[in-house]
Design a protein. Structure first.
Length: 120
C-alpha cells in the first residue's frame, strides 16, 4: 500500500520536473492557493523560500521541491490533529435540584402593609 505522503511527493516531483526551484506563481497554483496567501505563509516562516533577487522590500521568492513537500506534510498533519478530543462528555456532578419555594411578592407586600397599618 502506498502512503498518502508518497503520492503527494510524487505529484510534486512530477510538477517540478527537473527544476531545482519554482517561482511563487507556479507553487501557488500547485498548492491551490493565491499568490498573496503563499507570500503570507513564506513571510510567517511556514514555508521556506529562496530570495533570488536583490530586493529586501519586495523579495523575488522561489521554492524548492523539498521545502514545498515539507510545507504540505506539515499542513496535512495539522489538519489530521485538529480534532484532539473524541471522548464522550461526562455529565456534570453538581446537583440539578435545589430546595426552592415560590414567593408571592404581592402577598408579602400586602402583609407588610397590613402590619404597618396595625402598628401605626
Amino acid at each position: 500500500m502506498i502512503a498518502i505522503s508518497q503520492i503527494r511527493l510524487d505529484h510534486l516531483a512530477k510538477a517540478f520536473g527537473s527544476r531545482p526551484l519554482a517561482p511563487l506563481r507556479f507553487v501557488a497554483l500547485l498548492l491551490n492557493m493565491s499568490e498573496k496567501q503563499l507570500r503570507a505563509h513564506a513571510k510567517a516562516g511556514n514555508i521556506r523560500s529562496v530570495n533570488i533577487g536583490m530586493g529586501v522590500e519586495k523579495p523575488r521568492r522561489m521554492f524548492s521541491l523539498a521545502d514545498v513537500a515539507e510545507f504540505v506534510e506539515a499542513r496535512s498533519l495539522q489538519s489530521a490533529q485538529q480534532c484532539q478530543s473524541t471522548r464522550a462528555r461526562t455529565p456534570r456532578s453538581t446537583g440539578a435540584t435545589s430546595p426552592s419555594t415560590v414567593i408571592a411578592f404581592s402577598a408579602l407586600r400586602a402583609k407588610r402593609k397590613s402590619e404597618q397599618r396595625a402598628v401605626g
